[in-house]
Design a protein around this ligand. Structure first.
Ligand code: GDP
Length: 444
């Protein structure tokens, strides 16, 4: 899982501070040493680590922090804010052209995920803007690249311009652009060739395509799993092309964090998107603050909420938040949330986005089974309306009746009621705000 080691080590550094109550300068020094090692081990660029630790240390030993009532929380916040800053502060949107088409050129090493990301981007543009993109297959060296793009195009009903593998890629792009012009496509996504490593011939070809097409975006696709190498690759491409942004792929894998934390600082180019799976809808906007939350093990609540909201209207979400705050969240809401969850994708992925869950050792081997949700629902549906609203009513005889009615056994009913109470308690804590609620997440 992404950032696992980094998150664990950072949390360890923080729990060291938390144990102290009153924090001294030397405690901060110890914590900084841990943070420094954690970042280096996560394959973050050395200079980035050096600057990061220096800034955090200076801010953390400030009088107002050390003398405050909650020094450890304030230091966590400083680390969080600094992580956000290193990754670029805020999300950077795609550049668009004043006149159609907007031209997006995908570049990167072989296997980084260019072709897949080209498709993901097209899919995203169609969903969000009802766009009419054209994709151009200009990778004539990797044997299956053209076919791969054509297949993706068929899946998405997006036209793909291709001339096989026997033509000069620059010529393919020229003719592809003419077709886009004629068909009034609003976006053109050019899939270019990669190599196993940067070489001059590749760079020349990409420069020629850049000169011809004047892309509004040149997106470098890099594999997050390659850590520092990804940063070096980014530097290499950035020297020769006018990169406008980076797409970090395979963040669903067990990447250590080095690429996410170094690329912006080293190249000055924003990470615009992250790939989080092989499917064509698994491309997300890169939000530095959410990524910092995730690295700190605070989960990725915003992404979770956004996912929920694809099928969930804002009013409903606000009602739910209100219920959580007031602690009037009941079994009806529980079932409703479970149904929402079912529509949102694999449960174990989602669970990892919940604050405090990402590195919860209890979850390491958990595989959530959709059948479990059906069982939970069956149990709730066997309750009377009054019971659904008030779990305190559920005495042993009622539990036996519910078990019989739902076809589950009493132990399961008991377990479910306990889980419900625990999750209600946890949601309430979380709803009290990021940092106040976090205390328990970093507990030792
Ligand atoms: P290209 O050579 O740069 O065009 O790379 P491809 O698009 O062919 O991708 C190489 C492999 O990486 C394929 O098996 C993709 O399915 C996979 N891949 C691409 N993006 C992601 C991602 O975000 N997550 C995961 N897990 N796999 C990805």
């Amino acid at each position: 899982m992404a950032f696992e080691g980094l998150t664990e080590r950072l949390q360890k550094a923080f729990s060291g501070l938390r144990r102290k109550g009153k924090v001294s300068e030397s405690d901060v020094r110890d914590a900084m040493r841990e943070i420094r090692l954690a970042l280096l081990e996560a394959d973050v660029n050395f200079n980035v680590v050096k600057d990061f630790v220096k800034t955090v240390r200076t801010k953390a030993v400030g009088k107002e922090v050390l003398d405050s009532l909650t020094p450890s929380q304030q230091i966590i916040k400083i680390v969080h804010d600094e992580l956000v800053k290193v990754m670029g502060e805020s999300a950077v949107p795609l550049n668009t052209a004043p006149h159609i088409p907007t031209i997006i050129m995908m570049v990167g090493l072989q296997g980084a995920g260019k072709t897949t990301t080209a498709g993901k981007l097209a899919s995203r543009l169609i969903k969000q803007e009802k766009a009419r993109p054209l994709m151009i297959a200009a990778d004539v060296y990797r044997p299956a690249a053209v076919d791969q793009l054509v297949t993706i195009g068929q899946q998405l009903s997006v036209p793909v311009f291709e001339m096989g593998t026997d033509h000069d890629p620059v010529e393919i792009v020229r003719q592809g652009l003419a077709q886009a012009e004629a068909n009034k496509n609003d976006y053109v996504i050019i899939d270019t060739a990669g190599r196993l490593e940067i070489d001059e011939q590749l760079m020349n070809e990409l420069s020629r395509i850049q000169e011809l097409a004047h892309p509004n975006e040149i997106l470098l696709v890099v594999d997050a799993m390659t850590g520092q190498v990804a940063t070096q690759v980014a530097e290499g491409f950035n020297k020769q092309l006018d990169l406008t942004g980076v797409v970090l792929t395979k963040l669903d894998g067990d990447t250590r964090g080095g690429a996410a934390l170094s690329i912006r600082a080293v190249t000055g180019k924003p990470i615009k998107f992250v790939g989080q799976g092989e499917k064509l809808d698994q491309l997300d906007i890169f939000y530095p603050d959410r990524m910092a939350d995730r690295i700190l093990g605070m989960g990725d609540m915003m992404t979770l909420i956004e996912k929920a909201q694809t099928d969930y209207d804002a009013k409903q979400a606000e009602d739910m938040a209100q219920k959580i705050r007031e602690n009037s969240f009941d079994f009806n809401d529980f079932v409703e949330q479970m149904s929402q969850l079912e529509n949102m994708g694999p449960l174990d992925d989602l669970m990892k986005m919940v604050p405090g869950m990402a590195n919860n050792p209890a979850l390491k081997n958990v595989k959530m089974d959709p059948k479990d949700i059906d069982h939970l629902k069956a149990i709730v549906y066997s309750m009377t309306p009054a019971e659904r609203e008030d779990p305190e009513l559920l005495n042993p005889s009622r539990r036996r009746r519910i078990a019989a009615g739902s076809g589950r056994n009493v132990q399961e009913v008991n377990r479910m009621i306990k889980q419900f109470k625990q999750s209600r308690e946890m949601m309430q804590k979380m709803s009290k705000g990021n940092f106040a609620g976090m205390e328990n997440l970093f507990g030792s």
